[in-house]
Design a protein around this ligand. Structure first.
Ligand SMILES: Nc1nc2c(ncn2[C@@H]2O[C@H](COP(=O)(O)OP(=O)(O)OP(=O)(O)O)[C@@H](O)[C@H]2O)c(=O)[nH]1
Ligand SMILES: [Zn+2]
Length: 212
């Protein structure tokens, strides 16, 4: 069984038994055809001037939005260094843009990512934490999975004493349609290691996250 800590590239899509996605890269032509079909299904004319380039444009947009399916998260964290820092490192307010896998509509907000390095003080570049959020966000997602995937990737690569990830986001599928509760936000958290076992470590991190 595949555990979250050895999750393969492309996990979350319909993957082959070896864990790789069925397609090694985004299929632009297939996506263009699908968008054309969608316009036809809606009763639109994909050949009219305003829509003529739309299938190609939408396909390119989705290629960008789903780019995280084709990138190995461990490569983002391949550069680590020992800094003899054994206390909290926290990056707050990382912008998140993702899309819910139920409706393929955006959800967006901010992520806070913190960890306590291990005894060797193994750390990674601060930008890598934001890149990791971005990579997992650029997939069809649910907010809960996005949150725990970021936490588990950090556990895997940095072997830290603790990890905390908090994401606050608004889901447009709850605002533009359906229940139509625009402005409501969802908060998810994933805590690992010390942040799970020690209420005081968790409280300290949460107070720093909230203290903006
Ligand atoms: N847990 C979770 N649910 C999500 C997320 N994004 C969207 N959803 C929910 O996914 C659910 C899909 O429910 P369904 O009943 O299958 O679909 P639906 O008929 O379109 O549901 P409504 O949105 O209630 O109209 C909805 O309740 C969405 O709010 C997410 O990131 N996490
Ligand atoms: Zn949705």
């Amino acid at each position: 069984m595949t555990s979250p800590v050895d999750e393969p590239i492309g996990a979350g899509v319909d993957a082959r038994p070896d864990g790789s996605p069925h397609v090694p890269q985004f299929d632009q032509e297939r996506a263009e055809n699908a968008v054309r079909e969608l316009l036809l299904a809606a009763g639109e004319d994909p050949e009219r001037e305003g829509l003529r380039d739309t299938p190609a444009r939408v396909a390119r947009a989705y290629r960008e939005l789903f780019a995280g399916l084709y990138t190995n998260p461990d490569e983002v964290l391949d550069k680590t260094f020992d800094e003899a820092h054994e206390e909290l490192v926290l990056v707050r307010d990382i912008p998140v843009y993702s899309q819910c896998e139920h409706h393929l509509l955006p959800f967006h907000g901010i992520a806070h990512v913190g960890y306590i390095p291990n005894e060797q003080g193994r750390v990674t570049g601060l930008s890598k934490l934001a890149r990791l959020v971005d990579l997992y966000a650029r997939r069809p997602q649910v907010q809960e999975r996005l949150t725990s995937q970021v936490a588990d990737a950090l556990v895997r690569r940095l072997e830290p004493r603790g990890v905390i990830v908090v994401i606050e986001a608004e889901h447009l599928c709850m605002g533009m349609r359906g229940v139509r509760k625009a402005g409501s936000t969802t908060t998810t958290s994933a805590v690992r290691g010390l942040f799970r076992s020690s209420a005081s470590s968790r409280a300290e991190a949460l107070s720093l996250i909230r203290g903006r």
